[in-house]
Ligand binder design. Structure first.
Ligand code: FMN
Length: 190
């Protein structure tokens, strides 16, 4: 059985997933871990929206129009396959979750602390999944910031901000990533 330390150190962002179904019980366990993240003032500022097929389909007109816009702008050899790729990212992800954090326009420090707490919560979710062999990718692509996404997901832009989408599933492969050694990131002060 993997130790907590193994889980923390082995986790990598996964970009390609197999067709193996992620069980609801694994998701629920991960949401419990997400819910147990620290948050100052007990604000619990995070919310998770798991996108089913119907919701994903509703996102497609905006996804396609954004992909086509990129092609028109001629951003270096884009082709119609870019549209297919953009659609596939939404439709084919085994699990697709929008993650939001609470907004506090009247209190920027609260909002910053809440964002920090939401990231703790999201990483609890990611690590809980990873502990069960399920990989994920945090994405902050432009569709996560588009107003159509808010309206399709029925999220009030004045109350919550989407901090990203999380795609999850069983890894087809696990990428390697260069990381800094402990020596490079810490300094013991006298
Ligand atoms: C705030 C944040 C936003 C990210 N957004 C994207 C993204 O839009 N697209 C993407 O492919 N990866 C995204 N990632 C994943 C990073 O690229 C990945 O964490 C990084 O390459 C390090 O790899 P690792 O997670 O395997 O350690 C994001 C990660 C974070 C923390």
């Amino acid at each position: 059985m993997a130790t907590v330390q193994d889980t923390l150190n082995s986790r990598r962002t996964v970009y390609r997933f197999t067709d193996k179904v992620v069980e609801r019980s694994d998701l629920e366990m991960a949401f419990e871990a997400a819910s147990n993240a620290p948050c100052h003032k007990q604000t619990h500022p995070w919310n998770y929206y798991v996108l089913g097929e119907e919701t994903r389909l509703k996102l497609l007109p905006m996804v396609i129009s954004m992909a086509k816009e990129k092609i028109t702008k001629g951003n270096g050899g884009e082709s119609l396959t870019s549209v297919d790729r953009a659609v596939s990212k939404i439709i084919d992800a085994p699990i697709l979750i929008a993650v939001t954090t609470k907004l506090s326009p009247e209190d920027s420090f609260r909002e910053e602390e809440d964002y920090a707490a939401t990231v703790c919560s999201l990483h609890n979710l990611v690590l809980s999944l990873w502990g069960e062999g399920i990989g994920s990718q945090w994405s902050t692509g432009s569709i996560t910031r588009h107003s159509s996404t808010y309206s399709v997901l029925e999220i009030d832009e004045e109350m919550e901000r989407i901090v990203g989408f999380l795609k999850a599933g069983y890894p087809e492969s696990i990428p390697n990533k260069e990381k800094k050694s402990p020596n490079e990131i810490r300094k013991y002060l006298p």
